[in-house]
Ligand binder design. Structure first.
Ligand SMILES: Nc1ncnc2c1ncn2[C@@H]1O[C@H](COP(=O)(O)OP(=O)(O)OP(=O)(O)O)[C@@H](O)[C@H]1O
Length: 209
């Protein structure tokens, strides 16, 4: 095993009620950017959610910085964050309340870091709005601002650039490049197009099933 390995997946098995997705899948990742590719339905989002501790494997182990996702699920989740495209399912909250809820889950998170990300993405003014009223791009920026502000060592981002305007893309690109250079965070991102980032490795789940 590479001395730099931060995330280690061994013999991962996962199936939904009606569909097998992974069997005997193994992976070792060091800090830096991993580009996760694959045809529609090959399991990219499912893998990101498994690595985030949001789905539980049916077999195998996932260990991040020595923390096993099955043995210490809460400690594991404090070290990882999945940034997807699903909308918030707490429709009665304002954006500020939704953010407060997430910050409370990550005690080491900094409100200063979050404010800096919200400002950089240009979405400070949406804080009093109901979470359900955000546009697609604003919702994406909100998720990304939170992801970039949390003190995690594994960042899982589904289609990071989808829905972003030019300024949002430029800010995100700079943040990901900075983290890739710092070599402290594992970043796994899905993208059907070349993300044009300093990708350390590519992981291909294959062509159409
Ligand atoms: N809750 C579920 N129940 C049953 N099958 C599911 C469920 N969620 C996803 N699947 C199936 O699991 C497979 C993997 O889905 P997943 O969303 O991980 O694919 P993906 O590679 O991210 O696809 P895309 O590129 O279209 O986003 C697909 O065949 C999908 O239909």
């Amino acid at each position: 095993m590479d001395l730099n390995t931060m995330l280690k997946v061994d013999g991962l098995g996962f199936h939904f009620d009606t569909r097998p997705v992974f069997a005997g899948f193994s992976l070792a990742l060091a800090p830096g950017i991993t580009w996760l590719r694959g045809a529609n339905g090959k399991g990219k989002t499912t893998l990101l959610k498994l690595l985030a501790g949001a789905l539980a494997p049916n077999a195998g182990t996932i260990v991040l910085g020595g923390v096993d996702s099955a043995q210490a699920p809460l400690a594991y989740r404090l070290r990882s964050f999945y940034c997807g495209h699903e909308s918030a399912d707490l429709p009665w909250l304002t954006v500020a309340e939704w953010l407060g809820l997430h910050l409370a889950l990550y005690p080491a998170a900094s409100t200063h870091a979050l404010d800096a990300q919200l400002a950089a993405f240009g979405i400070m003014e949406v804080l009093p709005q109901a979470i359900t009223t955000l546009s697609l791009g604003q919702h994406k920026k909100l998720q990304l601002a939170l992801a970039l502000a949390l003190p995690v060592t594994l960042l899982l981002i589904d289609e990071p650039f989808n829905g972003l305007d030019a300024a949002g893309m430029a800010h995100l690109r700079g943040e990901l490049e900075r983290r890739a250079a710092a070599q402290e965070t594992c970043i796994v991102l899905t993208s059907h197009l070349d993300p044009q980032l300093p990708v350390a490795r590519m992981l291909d789940l294959g062509l159409q099933a």
